[in-house]
Ligand binder design. Structure first.
Ligand code: ADP
Ligand code: ADP
Length: 216
């Protein structure tokens, strides 16, 4: 379902972030992307999310080359992917409910449907009781779970996460991984960038390792 064919990415600075990467993820697969800082993990996720484009090669989703998407299809495509970052970028002046509802508001969904979906998503990450709280009142692990709820509230078939446990202690990091396993069980295809080797080895899933490209 996700395929990279001979993908290279050279930034305008001349930095080569990815060189000739080939990769296939099956529908419903969960895998980890690992490698040292600077190996190109974030870049690879951005290319799949169509937040940036490769300088060479193709990214195919369900055998379709996403560079061929029309301008007006790009937003739709991005919405079909749930992206989770290390910093959750929650809006501090909005409640947890509103933070999670945001992607649905933007897509123009009706309020009763929004409520149902937000509650379902908050329930999945065990945060129903916090829906009227503000981000400031939450712990780091809880904030990260809000970020996950917001990313999955559209029921994306693909979930991408960039160092989602980077700021969390080991216990909370394991909880977050359990949450991803749940969404994987529901059928989502999941790719998680992480350099927490012990944690990802415990998960027993496929590990894709990126090597850093030397500047030339
Ligand atoms: P990782 O996520 O594995 O740490 P990145 O994808 O962030 O790696 O970065 C890969 C390489 O590309 C690094 O050398 C980084 O400095 C460089 N890089 C990342 N983003 C940019 C950018 N916007 N402009 C220039 N160089 C970048
Ligand atoms: P509903 O259909 O009432 O929204 P579901 O029980 O089907 O609720 O799903 C509950 C929540 O789990 C959803 O709101 C969504 O956040 C998440 N979810 C369900 N299926 C998927 C999926 N395939 N990928 C990602 N998230 C999902």
């Amino acid at each position: 379902m996700i395929e990279l064919q001979d993908v290279s990415k050279k930034y305008p600075t001349g930095q080569i972030a990815l060189y000739n990467v080939n990769l296939k993820l099956q529908k419903g697969e969960m895998a980890f992307l690992t490698g040292h800082s600077g190996a190109g993990k974030s870049t690879l996720l951005k290319l799949i999310a169509l937040l940036d484009r490769p300088t060479q090669g193709k990214v195919l989703i369900d055998d379709f080359d996403i560079s061929q998407l029309k301008r007006n299809q790009v937003a739709n495509y991005r919405r079909s992917i749930g992206v989770i970052f290390q910093d959750h970028h929650l809006l501090s002046d909005r409640t947890i409910f509103d933070n999670v509802a945001l992607p649905l508001m933007i897509s123009g969904m009706r309020l009763p449907d929004i409520e149902r979906r937000v509650h379902a998503a908050l329930d999945k990450v065990n945060l129903m009781s916090k829906q009227n709280d503000y981000p400031m009142m939450l712990s780091a692990g809880e904030k990260q779970r809000v970020g996950i709820a917001r990313a999955v509230v559209n029921k994306p078939s693909i979930i991408l996460a960039d160092e989602p446990t980077g700021n969390l202690d080991p216990g909370l990091a394991s909880d977050i991984m359990q949450t991803f396993l749940q969404f994987n069980d529901l059928g989502a295809t999941i790719l998680i960038a992480s350099h927490d080797q012990p944690l990802i080895e415990r998960m027993g899933k496929r590990i894709i390792s990126l090597q850093k490209v030397k500047s030339r």
